[in-house]
Design a protein around this ligand. Structure first.
Ligand SMILES: *Cc1c(COP(=O)(O)O)cnc(C)c1O
Length: 430
């Protein structure tokens, strides 16, 4: 499989080169040259196939011969060695829980897969690779955990001081080894600006091989197709589900659309957005305009100019009618998010996180207009990651799961950084 740049000004490359580079040299996102069809074996035997085997079948054509089969099998097995349960919440709505990984957010799958691929590739590289990433919370923890101890890879994470939750900060700052956390005196936009500047800086390029670990990177984006397969594995209804995806950078839903294009039976997609509604507006009107991000309760979705939107358009041959037939947009306010968390908890006992709540509400509204359909929403993070939102709404504490209790006693290590490029440059050239 080869990948071309959506800007069309750079040569096509294989999976290895696309993974190491992150973004194409012309600044475009890499996109697969063709969309492989899932095998009849996969589609017919999905419900009984082991998770790791599903992952391997789905990803193998994308990886091509850049990773030997036995190594890729091992990578897949390690990537998905936790549960992805489909939990009924109401008669017509089930939650696909994607938060049973080590950092309690769905980004674990992409981060674990990418880190292991990069670890394999870096064995053949002379120079170590530096993963540089800005985080508003969840990405950093998943990337830190996924890359911990991977030889030949150094990880540098920028996060906004005082603007991530305490649990998220501990996930970023307590691991040590090859993981460094830079605590930026600024906001997430500052972090992202510094990272973007570093990627364009020839002095840095002469000094180290930089790569990104957000969903721009094909090795983080593509394995998200697994979720949709695991949802279908557990789906017992006759007609295909409507799937609602809480969306920020639109990497996750774009992977779902890819799986659909490969033959996975999904009836319809709902792109669930908070007030950052550029794509939802596009789906309704056919006109796209990027915005500056506004702050909401579902902060991992606070993206004004989603980077994977270009991939979605490419998948549908730039056709607005093509996309909007399969995908509806929904815009859910903070007020509705809180109201949904409270109402669902009261009525069913199920505790949503703010991102899952946006998707639940968007799905509920869609199903109200489509009375014969049933659906699944992706619950992308554990509610304990957002206690400041969830606890006042339900009027009680959220117990900390065992998986992260150990974090609470660990010591934070971060390097304070002024929000100026010179400071980051000095750190990277040290
Ligand atoms: C990153 C994230 C999202 C948004 O996913 P995209 O792929 O960027 O659309 C949703 N929910 C949570 C909890 C996240 O961390």
């Amino acid at each position: 499989m080869r990948y071309y740049s959506l800007n069309k000004q750079a040569p096509a490359v294989d999976f290895q080169t696309a993974t190491i580079a992150g973004q194409a040299p012309d600044g475009g996102l890499y996109f697969p040259e063709r969309i492989p069809k899932f095998s009849p074996n996969l589609l017919h035997n999905l419900s009984t196939m082991p998770r790791a085997e599903v992952a391997f079948e789905v990803i193998r054509p994308y990886v091509g011969n850049t990773i030997p089969e036995d190594v890729l099998q091992k990578i897949c097995a390690e990537t998905v060695d936790f549960e992805f349960p489909l939990v009924p919440v109401t008669e017509r709505i089930a939650a696909l829980e994607l938060f049973h990984g080590p950092t309690l957010a769905f980004k674990d799958v992409g981060a674990r897969f990418m880190s292991r691929c990069l670890g394999y590739f870096s064995r053949q590289q002379k120079e170590p690779v530096t993963v540089l990433v800005a985080t508003s919370g969840d990405t950093g923890g998943a990337v830190a955990d996924g890359f911990l101890g991977v030889e030949g890879v150094e990880v540098v994470i920028l996060y906004p001081s005082g603007k991530v939750s305490p649990l998220q900060e501990l996930q970023l700052t307590t691991l040590g080894q090859n993981i460094t956390a830079l605590e930026v005196r600024g906001n997430f936009d500052d972090c992202q600006r510094l990272v973007k500047q570093a990627f364009l800086d020839p002095h840095i390029a002469a000094h180290r091989q930089l790569t990104s670990a957000n969903s721009i990177n094909v090795a983080r984006w593509l394995p998200q197709q697994f979720y949709y397969c695991y949802a279908l594995q557990q789906w017992t209804q006759k007609s295909p589900p409507v799937v609602a995806v809480p969306s920020g950078n639109f990497g996750n839903i774009c992977a779902g659309l890819l799986a659909h294009a490969s033959g996975l039976p999904i009836g319809h997609f709902v792109a669930a957005c908070n007030a950052n509604s550029a794509v939802a507006d596009y789906l309704r009107t056919g006109t796209f305009s990027a915005r500056t991000a506004v702050v909401t309760l579902s902060n991992a979705m606070d993206v004004g100019n989603p980077s994977n939107f270009g991939r979605i358009l490419e998948l549908f041959g730039q056709s607005h009618s093509g996309v909007s037939q399969l995908v509806s947009g929904a815009i859910i306010s903070d007020q509705q998010t809180k109201e949904t968390i409270r109402r669902v908890h009261q009525a069913t006992g199920y505790l949503l996180d703010p991102h899952g709540a946006v998707a639940f509400k968007a799905l509920e509204d869609y199903l109200a207009d489509h009375p014969t359909d049933q659906g699944i929403f992706l619950e992308t993070a554990h509610p304990v990651k957002f206690p400041e939102v969830v606890e006042p709404v339900i009027g009680r504490m959220v117990p900390v799961p065992e998986a992260v209790q150990g974090l609470l006693s660990r010591t934070k290590h971060s390097i304070l950084l002024e929000p100026e490029y010179a400071a980051l440059q000095e750190f990277l050239l040290r």
